[in-house]
Design a protein around this ligand. Sequence first.
Ligand code: FES
Length: 161
Amino acid sequence: MADNQQFDNILYRKLGKVIEEKKGLKNPLIEILHSAQKIFGFLPEEVLNYISEKLDLPLSKLYGVITFYSKFSCQPHGKYLINICTGTSCYFGGSQQLIGRLEKELGIKLGETTANGLFTLSSLRCLGVCSQSPALVINNDTYGCVDSIEKIREIISRYKL
Ligand code: FES
């Protein structure tokens, strides 16, 4: 581990324990990355270096997995992560319009975080509520039929406190 690490040793100990538990599995990388993101909030480079060393895997392999799965993020995100569904049903149900409205309402683009650190806009594919397109999820709360600016404002207002 590097001397100039940014994150607390406690977090690394937690991750180290997870790695020990999972490294015997057939394909441990996704589960370990998922746990690391839960522990650190995102996947910073120094954490990826740590995982790479512990699993004796090249960093390129880790980045390959991270870029393939949109749920992984190498950037810190806001307190509330808004993921807009861009799966087929939501695409035809207005997800692009929803993204545009949210970008305008929050004053940020997809992939960015508001200056107050409250919201990050992101996208993923299919939340499993296709009949309620367009849909989004804020942290663990799923909302369907988000088809008007009034509904967007009402949902966002729940997270401002
Ligand atoms: S495509 Fe959006 S929930 Fe399935």
